[in-house]
Design a protein around this ligand. Structure first.
Ligand code: NAD
Length: 370
């Protein structure tokens, strides 16, 4: 009703002249939460959307939602496959951008629930692009969305550049992200939508994803449970603040070139872009665990095995010269520094006592939030 529309407009309205107005999908997720906070902090308007699914602890998503609400950002409970709702949302306020981060993440979970990947990452992306292409306001919002470094799959040329081959995905997750890139091309071609795809490389940090290795290893180390890690695996771990700066830079650049002040078809083709957002320095997963052990003051009970071919790739390594050239992207956070920020948040959020001692406990799984 009218109250709903008023609330959308309030949250979408920038607080600075020339501010952006951004619909963030997956805003209760790890990257979406941080991007929404950063956009709001610099005075942009933000409306979030998330379906709060139980792929990982929904109470962590709710805690992020509460923190966003305290900063004036609403996160609606909705699914990106609800096209009618997206259309209504994009028609309720003059959004300049859609930052589309909602997806089914995780590489190995795809073997348990393959259709979830098709539904959120393929059908869901189509739903978002349809809504953006047919937005009722004068302008189409520019779309910035998350692809993944996993599209490089079995590519062995390194560091990975945007023009390297991506035709050999090693997981269904990677295949859906690769399909998304083809779908983005079609929507840019047909509707003249400005679309920017971002290939993230293993993003980590406070308020992170409990299903990711660094996070689940931290929990296991504290609990004294064994961890299994893959011999010779290396990852281009990228700290969340660096990724957020990259996302905001991509949004600013996308807005500039479409002329967000209006006009459906501008002269010249609408931009279609693809950028790596990584850290440019791959680290052995064994070293990541050593840093965690030091920060937590406790040794891990490690089992090192050969990597099975069930979705993970042996290494990732980003070349970020394109993002540096177009919006000044420059990752600056070392793994040691980034993991220190993560561990500081982790012990507080889960109220871990006797840091470094023997009596570590994980209290109520963060259900009380913060
Ligand atoms: P996340 O799971 O924390 O966030 C995704 C959010 O989207 C979740 O809160 C989830 O509830 C929501 N969501 C999922 N399906 C939805 C649907 N159908 N409708 C509405 N909401 C839905 O993951 P993240 O780490 O924040 O990842 C953000 C994006 O970046 C995703 O597209 C992911 O594939 C991509 N990515 C992440 C990484 C990484 O290392 N974190 C790496 C590469 C790519």
């Amino acid at each position: 009703g009218a109250a709903w529309e008023r609330e959308i407009r309030r949250s979408a309205t920038p607080r600075r002249a020339d501010g952006l107005s951004v619909l963030v999908t997956g805003a209760a997720g790890f990257v979406g939460f941080h991007c929404s906070l950063a956009l709001r902090a610099r005075g942009d308007g933000v409306v979030g959307l998330d379906n709060f699914n139980a792929y990982y602890d929904p109470s962590l998503k709710r805690a992020r939602q509460r923190l966003l609400a305290s900063r004036g950002v609403s996160v609606l409970d909705a699914d990106i496959n609800d096209g009618a709702l997206l259309h209504r949302l994009l028609s309720a306020a003059p959004f300049t951008h859609v930052l589309h981060l909602a997806a089914q993440a995780g590489v190995r979970h795809a073997m348990r629930d393959p259709q979830a990947y098709v539904s959120s990452n393929v059908a869901g992306l189509v739903s978002v692009l349809e809504a953006a292409a047919h937005a009722q306001y004068q302008q189409q919002p520019a779309v910035v969305w998350a692809s993944s470094s996993s599209v490089y799959g079995l590519n062995t040329e390194s560091p990975f550049s945007e023009d390297h081959r991506t035709d050999r995905p090693a997981s269904l997750y990677a295949a859906t992200k690769k399909a998304g890139e083809a779908i983005a091309h079609a929507y840019n071609h047909i509707y003249g939508l400005s679309i920017t795809g971002l290939r993230f490389f293993t993003v980590y940090g406070p308020w992170g994803r409990p299903d990711m290795a660094y996070f689940s290893f931290a929990r296991s180390i504290v609990a004294g449970d064994p961890i299994t890690l893959f011999r010779d695996a290396r990852r281009d771990f990228t700290y969340i603040d660096d990724v957020v700066r990259g996302c905001l830079g991509a949004l600013d650049t996308a807005g500039k070139s479409t002329g967000v002040s209006g006009g459906r078809k501008k002269s010249g083709p609408a931009p279609l872009r693809m950028y790596n957002l990584g850290n440019t320095s791959p680290v052995p997963v064994t070293r990541m665990v050593a840093v965690l052990e030091k920060l937590l003051g406790k040794k891990a009970n490690k089992r090192v095995v050969t990597m099975p071919s069930n979705g993970d790739v042996p290494f990732t390594h980003a070349n970020v010269t394109h993002a540096a050239r177009d919006f000044g992207y420059r990752p600056t956070t070392s793994l040691e520094e980034g993991l220190r920020h993560f561990v500081d948040w982790f012990v507080q959020y889960y109220k871990i006592e006797n840091k470094g001692g023997n009596g570590n406990v994980l209290a109520a799984g963060g259900k009380t939030g913060k």
